[in-house]
Ligand binder design. Structure first.
Ligand SMILES: [Zn+2]
Length: 433
């Protein structure tokens, strides 16, 4: 089978990609784009670089379709987060290959997936694959910070380069075992990250005489407690409904969903819980800058995540009623991101189903809502693209992957890279026809 011979190729490409330091900030993704361009052009693909500034290029390559079928995009970002070498067992940009694993920053998030995207499209073009619609490869900049150099910028400035009917991105691919049953997780929706500020006003004064002042920090503490104690009413959205039906064999009431899931599996219950409600986590606070000055202003930042479809405007009155009316404050929602979903009854879902059925008879794909967000929402918003996060990991467990992403000793098994290439080749052959 052709796929077996692609393992060394994807291993080598990932190792070299890791050696290009694309820590964001500052990114410097052009170096990664150039490496990928060299590889793809050597395989006969046309490549185009698009960049807002020269050092932060996005690469787009394609196998042009015959024009009569849907287009499919393999999406991936080339930037990575900071790595502190003192925490690592190997230099984080070494790309070292050890015991069948490729080590380095970005191995999981997500240069491994990017390398698999490249090898999948390169191997297809070598075999003379002629899709009905375009098969597109994009390696984009600036996902980790999101300062508008990457996919958001491409969607607004070069929409024709990136427009597509279907796309596969990061965000899913965990293999979940619940009892004897196996499920493969597909990220088909994302919560809306909708942070807000609360500013509490008081009156400053010398800290030696608290009675003459009005301490904004003390008043803010009450508001923080009210947010922490608030339990929003749970609801079961379509993705969670399909998930629960698959995993439990029935859909319990929203109020009992977490407890019922916990009876089957504690970890799965923990993952499901934030998908039933909006969440509110106070994470930052600032008040006086001097120990002996009572603050006249205290600012709290709350990390708030809404369910897909919910808006800050809908949730603001809820927040105000939780905070109460006895303490004066200003409430301001900051920039919201994410919060989109793709339909489940699509050819892309059918491609995941047929892949999983071949891979592991009896296993089933299940949709989930990502608690965070990825670049997928840009495509959904700009073009109505059906985007799923799916890159299957069979050797690496979800627990280990979660512990390594954005952390020390990030690494990926070569066998999982090969499986990823296998998946991407399958989806191209299934959807682009
Ligand atoms: Zn990522």
């Amino acid at each position: 089978m052709a796929v077996t011979s692609l393992r060394p190729e994807v291993t080598d490409l990932l190792s070299r990609l890791i050696q290009v330091d694309t820590t964001n900030p500052p990114g410097n993704e052009t170096a990664a784009a150039e490496l990928l361009r060299e590889y793809l052009e050597a395989n006969g693909l046309q490549c185009e670089l698009y960049s807002r500034v020269p050092e932060r290029a996005n690469l787009v390559a394609r196998i042009p379709g015959r024009g009569e079928g849907p287009s499919l995009l393999f999406l991936g970002h080339t930037d990575v987060v900071l790595a502190d070498p003192s925490e690592w067992s190997v230099p984080p940009f070494s790309g070292e290959i050890r015991d069948g694993e490729i080590w380095g920053r970005g191995a999981l998030d997500m240069k491994g997936h990017v390398a698999a995207n490249a090898v999948a499209i390169a191997s297809l073009v070598r075999e003379g694959f002629e899709p009905a619609g375009d098969l597109i490869f994009a390696a984009t900049a600036d996902e980790e910070v999101g300062d508008d150099f990457g996919l958001s910028w491409l969607c607004s400035e070069h929409p024709n380069a990136i427009r597509c009917d279907y796309a596969v991105n990061e965000g899913g691919g965990d293999r979940l075992t619940v009892g004897d049953a196996v499920f493969w997780v597909v990220a088909t929706a994302e919560k809306l990250t909708a942070p807000f500020n609360i500013r509490v006003h008081g009156r400053s004064g010398h800290a030696s005489m608290p009675g003459i002042a009005d301490n904004a920090l003390v008043k803010a503490a009450k508001l923080i407690e009210r947010i922490a104690e608030y339990r929003p009413e749970p609801q079961i959205q379509q993705e969670v409904e399909v998930f629960l039906q698959a995993v439990l064999g029935e859909v319990p009431s929203p109020e009992t969903a977490v407890a019922r899931t916990r009876e089957r599996d504690r970890i799965v219950a923990e993952q499901i819980e934030p998908l039933l409600t909006p969440t509110f986590a106070p994470t930052m606070i600032s008040a006086s800058r001097k120990r002996n000055v009572i603050p006249a202003l205290c600012e709290i930042v709350v990390d708030c995540r809404l369910l897909p479809g919910q808006t800050p405007a809908q949730i603001e009155p809820v927040v105000r009623s939780v905070l109460g009316s006895d303490i004066e404050y200003d409430l301001e929602f900051l920039k919201a991101e994410g919060g989109t979903r793709s339909a489940l009854d699509t050819p892309l879902w059918a491609a995941v189903e047929s892949f999983v059925a071949d891979l592991e008879p009896g296993a089933a794909p299940v949709p989930v809502i990502c608690a965070g967000f990825t670049d997928s929402h840009w495509l959904r918003e700009a073009f109505g693209t059906v985007v799923y996060g799916f890159f299957p990991y069979r050797t690496m467990t979800p627990e280990l992957a979660a512990a390594l992403i954005h952390s020390a000793d990030e690494r990926v098994p070569a066998s999982d890279l090969e499986l990823g290439v296998d998946w991407l080749r399958h989806v191209a052959r299934t959807v682009c026809v």
